[in-house]
Design a protein around this ligand. Sequence first.
Ligand SMILES: NC(=O)C1=CN([C@@H]2O[C@H](COP(=O)(O)OP(=O)(O)OC[C@H]3O[C@@H](n4cnc5c(N)ncnc54)[C@H](O)[C@@H]3O)[C@@H](O)[C@H]2O)C=CC1
Ligand SMILES: O=C(CO)COP(=O)(O)O
Length: 331
Amino acid sequence: MALTFAVLGNGAWGTAIAVHLSQRPDYRVKLWGALPETVEEMRRLRENVPLLPGVRIPESVVLTSDPAEAVEGADCWMSAIPTAFLRASLQRFAGLASQVPIVSLSKGLENGTFYRPTEVIREVLGVQRLAVLSGPSHAEEVGRGLPAAVVAASEELELALWVQRHIGTERFRVYTNSDVVGVELCGALKNVMAIAAGLCDGLQFGDNAKAALVTRGLAEMTRFGVAHGADSHTFHGLAGLGDLIVTCYSEHSRNRRVGFRLGRGEPREAVLAGPQVAEGVWTSRSVYERVQRIGLETPIMTGVYRIVHEGQSPLDAVRDLLRRQPGNERW
Ligand SMILES: NC(=O)C1=CN([C@@H]2O[C@H](COP(=O)(O)OP(=O)(O)OC[C@H]3O[C@@H](n4cnc5c(N)ncnc54)[C@H](O)[C@@H]3O)[C@@H](O)[C@H]2O)C=CC1
Ligand SMILES: O=C(CO)COP(=O)(O)O
């Protein structure tokens, strides 16, 4: 079936998804980036050198920084824009959104509003047909066609099945789920946990400590998610446990790298300077502000917030965690 996809966001993930979709000869793929100079460089080199080196972008992928050209004739939009830039970027598409489905690929929570990416999309574009695609899927591996499994979540079962059928392949396996809140919260919160896991590695605390952190991290994510209406089972699936494992252990994870460098004692300003996006940095702020209001216990994510945003020393934050009275294991 011939389909046209508009991928919004030419970072590592948008690039990898565009390359993945372009493997289907009957698909037309357009990749949009906010910054014309990066789009121009990608068009010239057929590669995203700074963010996804070594992955060739086929000639068939149309690269553009013009919103109207990107979405013209598209059957589906795929939004891979970092959460912090999502609202401002989508405002450039206002008036262009028809009733085509939009699949959100972002993993974060907007600062200030605490909105999930699909909530931002709905508010800015007024679109109703929304799905989320999330799970363990580093761009570096998907871009090279290595096997992965992810989950498509939508309140509309038909749309989740559509995504499964048209975006999934043998090597990019797409499961379905109806818990949009849970899948989006999993994707956002695991990034904060990955910063904590990187801290643990940078401080050379060892494998036992990291296993404890990841396990208690999952309990904390689940507690937070259930308090916001998510289904606890989602946290044990691909979007939760699956993505938590890969992000906490993979050499590719930008969030883990932020934690690792802070744990090794590098200055905060240098670590947070970019250019790659580590969503957990922003999400830790959204979560912190939220738990201050609703009074939930999130000791690991609060520790990450204090290190990243308040400059607490990693060792002091860990000491605070270790001094906590261990309670019942249940989340
Ligand atoms: N990299 C990965 O393996 C995966 C990333 N994701 C999620 O996808 C989303 C995008 O992440 P990546 O592609 O990895 O980001 P990235 O770090 O590779 O790229 C950053 C992107 O932000 C854009 N940007 C920079 N300044 C901007 C501005 N002022 N306005 C608008 N755009 C601006 C850049 O052009 C670039 O497209 C994030 O929410 C991330 O959590 C999800 C799954 C996998
Ligand atoms: O979400 C991801 C893999 O599933 C990417 O994680 P990082 O943003 O930490 O690289």
